[in-house]
Write a protein that binds this ligand. Structure first.
Ligand code: PLP
Length: 364
């Protein structure tokens, strides 16, 4: 079976650089924080265009730190897309907030129209997710947010390297959280994350919460946590950063090959990329009403697929108590429909899409 994400091929390609970066960290004795972490944060700020980058332990942790910095308090409502990875809504609930689920469009991105319908007197903010590598519609979300005095948190876990009208993912909202989980287009070799913002105060709040709430006077001003990036992961990311542009280009070329392939088969709908957006194709998500049959046929010729995501979050048991008429299958029609039709194809820079095309054509 072809690997869905070929991390071993990636490691082989950069082995010398990665091995020597890891050894340098081990020899330095500086394993948490230090020069590699600082260099990583500076690079990330420069590459995304967000003036402040604060590294942390994971994307989930980055979301929690960002929400804490924004001042989320128990009972506050936050509008999140109904179709995303669980962490987006988990972070709100973990801090005592209430996720309110909005529908998505055909492009899998949160629908601004649906966001507006979910606003209540308790709403404090919106989390927009740059799902599958494409930025959400920040122009419309910002006009809604400013009308209602809300903040926007950009969940850029799947989009570092993507652009919207020339601006980098991670720099498009009040604050952003991202993940460097190994299978992300920009991934570490373990858990890692970061918060990005143009707001100096928010950045310093995030740094404080990530380090047990310790303030500049070395006092524990508030309760905080331990959310740090290991120096080894930072060193790996500093190496991978030098290959990111090339890998994103390879992903985009793979997407073009898939677009061409699926255009011959009308039962598939390929990803639509909004004007002004460039996607990094964290996932190449196709929809088909005949999904289970298609997945079976692909697997018979050694082509793997993955379903992201097979249920809207509002239908998950952990959020069942939050279900309202506004998050049911009727109101969030696209989230419910697409979760039954979507599947993703292997797309990373080390995937041979021409080989996959040949195999697929033989069974379609
Ligand atoms: C949209 C989204 N948000 C948040 C996360 C959480 O990141 P992590 O796994 O690093 O905690 C992920 C990771 O898969 C994600 O895809």
């Amino acid at each position: 079976m072809i690997p869905f994400v070929n991390l071993s091929a990636q490691y082989k390609a950069y082995k010398d650089e990665i091995d020597s970066a890891i050894i340098s960290v081990l020899e330095s004795g500086s394993l948490i924080g230090g020069a590699e972490v600082q260099k990583f944060e500076e690079n990330l700020a420069m590459d995304t265009g967000a003036p402040y980058a604060v590294s942390c332990a994971s994307g989930t942790s980055a979301l929690c730190l960002a929400l804490a910095a924004l001042g989320l308090t128990p009972g506050d409502e936050v509008i999140v897309p109904d179709f995303t990875f669980a962490a987006t809504a988990d972070a709100v609930a973990l801090l005592g907030g209430i996720p309110r689920f909005a529908d998505i469009g055909d492009d899998f991105l949160i629908s601004p129209l649906s966001v507006e319908e979910r606003i209540s007197p308790k709403t404090v903010g919106i989390i927009a997710v740059d799902l599958f590598g494409q930025c959400a519609n920040y122009a419309e979300l910002k006009s809604i947010a400013s009308k209602h005095g809300l903040w926007i948190l950009e969940d850029a876990a799947q989009s570092i390297g993507a652009l919207q009208n020339g601006k980098g993912a991670g720099s498009l909202a009040t604050i952003a959280a991202t993940s460097f989980y190994p299978t992300k287009p920009f991934g570490a070799y373990g858990d890692a994350g970061a918060v990005l913002t143009a707001d100096e105060h928010l950045a310093s709040q995030v740094r404080k919460f990530a380090s047990h709430g310790r303030n500049a006077e070395d006092r524990y001003a508030t309760v905080g946590t331990n959310s740090r990036l290991d120096a080894i992961q930072a060193a790996i990311l500093n190496v991978k950063r030098n290959h990111l542009e090339k890998e994103i280009l390879a992903r985009q070329q793979n997407a073009e090959l898939y677009n061409k392939l699926f255009s011959h088969f009308p039962k598939f709908k390929t990803p639509s990329i909004a004007k002004g957006n460039s996607s990094i194709f964290a996932q190449y998500a196709v929809t088909s009403k005949d999904r289970e049959n298609v997945i079976q046929k692909f697997s018979e010729v050694g082509v793997p697929t993955r379903i992201y995501y097979n249920s809207p979050l509002s239908a998950e048991p952990c959020f069942a108590h939050l279900k309202t008429a506004a998050s049911d299958a009727h109101a969030n029609f696209n989230a419910y429909r697409l979760s039954k039709e979507v599947f993703c194809m292997p797309i990373d820079a080390f995937t041979d899409v021409l080989e996959i095309s040949r195999k697929i054509k033989s069974v379609l």
